[in-house]
Design a protein around this ligand. Structure first.
Ligand SMILES: [Mg+2]
Ligand SMILES: [Zn+2]
Length: 137
């Protein structure tokens, strides 16, 4: 079997969606030290890799990119310093909270899964309808 990285999946998924009118925004989580030494943190722990927006019809979807073959992230909390959660747990918690708010979060490990999400959500059809309307007008 061919080996695919998360970077390859990211490229495939962003190309596919951008070709269909989606706008994908990379969401970063990190820390920055200002010149005066004070710290600036941005993003949220466990936040997905991308926010995908579509205008007319409006849609917004959070996307966590994963390398293929059911790469279910493993918890490594025990190997971290006390009271620190691992990335897998941060992500699981973020996704749970966002879905509880009514948000849509997709975990994508390849085009096949992306297409299934798009179809199940009715997005393919809506985007296609919009493209046909553009063509007519
Ligand atoms: Mg990821
Ligand atoms: Zn963990």
């Amino acid at each position: 079997m061919e080996k695919h990285s998360e970077a390859e999946v990211t490229k495939q998924v962003t190309d596919y969606m951008e070709a269909r009118g989606w706008r994908l925004i990379r969401m970063n989580r990190g820390f920055f030290q200002r010149p005066d030494g004070s710290a600036l943190s941005f993003g949220e722990p466990g936040m997905p890799d991308y926010l995908a927006l579509h205008y007319r019809p409006a849609a917004n979807v959070w996307i966590e990119m994963k390398r293929p073959a059911g790469a279910k992230p493993r918890c490594i909390c025990l190997s971290k310093k006390p009271r620190q959660r691992c990335t897998a747990c941060d992500q699981a918690r973020w996704q749970l909270e966002e879905r509880a708010r009514g948000g849509t979060v997709w975990i994508i490990d390849g085009l096949e899964r992306l297409e299934r999400y798009l179809e199940a959500g009715g997005y393919q059809e809506a985007v296609q309808r919009q493209q046909e309307m553009k063509f007519v007008s």
